[in-house]
Structure formats: C-alpha cells, structure tokens
Design a protein around this ligand. Structure first.
Ligand SMILES: [Zn+2]
Ligand SMILES: [Zn+2]
Ligand SMILES: [Zn+2]
Ligand SMILES: [Zn+2]
Ligand SMILES: [Zn+2]
Ligand SMILES: [Zn+2]
Length: 208
C-alpha cells in the first residue's frame, strides 16, 4: 500500500468509450468520484489522527503494579533480637560487694599511738564500718550477658514502593499513552479502492 496518497491526481483513464450492444447502449466513462485514479482516501477508522490510545496503561503511560516485596501492603516486617529488658542491653550489672577494710582490718577502729588501751577512733577509710565499697560486674541472668532476650517483629514502611504499588513506564507505548496506528502508519488517512467504481476507474452508464 502506498504511504502517501495524492487524491488530487486526476488521471483520465480511457476517456469516453462507447459500447453498443443489441438492445441498450452502455457508455464507459471515467469515474467521477476518483477521476480514474481508482483510489480514494479515507480517514483511518482505527485511530485518532494516526495515534491509537494505549489501553494497556489506560492512556496514562504508566503501569501500576502490586509491590512484590510487601505484597501490596506497603509494609514489611522483620524479626530482630529484642534488647534485654532487665539489663537494657548492658549485659552486666554494676554491683557493690563490700570487702573488709584493709586499714582497720575490718574492726572499723584505729588507735592512735602505741599505747595499749589508748583511745580508739573511727577508721578514716571505712568511716567505722569496717568495710569498703567494692564494685563488681555481675552478668545479667536474663540474657546470659548477651544483651538480648528473645525476638520481636518490627513493622516498617516498605522502601521498594509507594503504598504497596510500583509505578513503571508502560512498555507498549513507551510511557506516552498512545502509539502509532499500524493500519495508516500514523498518517491518519488510508488509500482504499474507490467505492463508486470499485477500483475500476471507470463506470458504465446507460445512454439513450
Ligand atoms: Zn472511482
Ligand atoms: Zn501504554
Ligand atoms: Zn512494597
Ligand atoms: Zn540482660
Ligand atoms: Zn577501716
Ligand atoms: Zn490509523
């Protein structure tokens, strides 16, 4: 099929001919519709100005598909270790385990001077208690000093989509929402056989 159609072209095929039979006279004349070109131009019925609207994307050029990562929910969940609630993840407790004061030997009293039976004063180091602070780290029993106890499921917004849907460019129309008509190849008009002369270029008329 020709891509461009010149319907202005007026080819005069055959001119006027006369066929005479026994009864009626028939004249063969150039088709007045196509002027003998045998073709006429019609607007393509399968498109709009050479373009076909893409129904795959509903003319938007975009395809919205359900996100496979979150199955369309918009959220993903993952299981993580839960921080031990007892030690708050610190693994150890600092605990005071007092020991005997080395200055007073645990008595809490010291005597001044060498005289036996002299006045005894409270030991300065332990303040008379006989014991001094001794901080030690005690492993958390709940978590076995790991800092974690059990697991918990965290729900997070899916970062692969927008509220459960992924928008991609329509591959059928390359994101334009329409594509070129294959019938008229985007020309909007197509060349068809002239309807009046059925593509013959001539018609027969009865002459008296
Ligand atoms: Zn014609
Ligand atoms: Zn499309
Ligand atoms: Zn998602
Ligand atoms: Zn713990
Ligand atoms: Zn002491
Ligand atoms: Zn068309």
């Amino acid at each position: 099929m020709k891509k461009t159609v010149s319907f202005i072209m007026t080819v005069f095929v055959g001119g006027l001919l006369s066929i005479t039979n026994s009864a009626v006279a028939q004249k063969k004349v150039t088709c007045p519709e196509c002027h003998g070109s045998k073709k006429s131009v019609e607007q393509c019925s399968e498109c709009r100005k050479g373009a076909v609207y893409c129904t795959t994307c509903n003319y938007t050029g975009k395809i919205r598909t359900r996100c496979s990562s979150c199955n369309g929910s918009g959220y993903t969940s993952r299981t993580v270790k839960k921080t031990c609630p007892d030690c708050n993840g610190q693994r150890f407790f600092r605990k005071d385990s007092p020991v005997k004061c080395s200055d007073c030997g645990g008595s809490g009293k010291v005597s001044l001077g060498r005289t036996v039976g002299g006045h005894a004063y409270n030991c300065r180091r332990c303040g008379g208690s006989g014991q001094v602070n001794n901080y030690i780290n005690v492993a958390c029993r709940t978590c076995g000093a790991s800092g974690y106890s059990g697991t918990e499921t965290i729900r997070e917004k899916c970062n692969n989509c927008d509220n459960g849907y992924v928008v991609t460019q329509c591959s059928k129309c390359n994101g334009t929402g329409a594509y070129m008509c294959t019938r008229c190849k985007g020309y909007e008009y197509i060349s068809v056989d002239c309807r009046r002369c059925r593509g013959e270029g001539v018609i027969y008329v009865y002459s008296e």
